[in-house]
Design a protein around this ligand. Structure first.
Ligand code: 4NP
Length: 159
């Protein structure tokens, strides 16, 4: 039951390719939950299938590594309807991911679907910008956003 503090939260981070924003969000969340000693089931996925089976983009791996976090073992996968029954919360990076996710959601979905930045006070409705086609410094901005999301989530989970 959601809202029960004794229940381990299960959170899926979602973006388009599952090689930039959502693996960074998963890495940031793993680090934040581990640092507070709070258990959580965390995963990430993409709405698209172009990169399925691949590790995170080298620029995303480098950004995480700068923070002492290794995301090299993550592998991209595509969002499936079952995810809406397996997770409490699915957090989309941007408004397009949110629209695409709504199309994939089955009628008996139990997951709550929201934007990643809806979790951060004062940033509801904002998207995490897609860094894929941009310059390297876009990944630092992505990290800053997903770290704020991770901190907000772990604060909520640890009361
Ligand atoms: P992500 O970034 O959604 O943050 O993983 C992208 C990765 C790949 C593509 C677009 C965005 N792509 O077009 O291949």
């Amino acid at each position: 039951m959601r809202g029960d503090a004794t229940e381990t939260p299960s959170i899926l981070f979602l973006c388009l390719g599952n090689i930039c924003r959502s693996p960074l969000a998963e890495g940031a969340a793993r680090a934040a939950f581990d640092a507070r000693g709070v258990a959580a089931r965390l995963d990430s996925a993409g709405t698209g299938d172009w990169h399925v089976g691949r590790p995170p983009d080298a620029r995303a791996q480098a950004e995480a590594r700068r923070r002492g976090i290794d995301i090299s073992d993550l592998r991209a996968r595509q969002l499936v309807p079952e995810d809406f029954r397996r997770f409490d919360l699915i957090l989309a990076a941007d408004a397009q991911n949110l629209r695409d996710a709504r199309r994939i959601a089955p009628p008996d979905a139990t997951a709550r679907l929201a934007l990643m930045l809806d979790m951060v006070p004062g940033r509801a409705g904002e998207s995490v910008a897609d860094p894929y086609y941009g310059e390297e410094d876009g990944f630092a901005a992505t990290w800053s956003d997903v770290r704020a999301v991770a901190e907000a989530l772990v604060s909520d989970a640890s009361g």
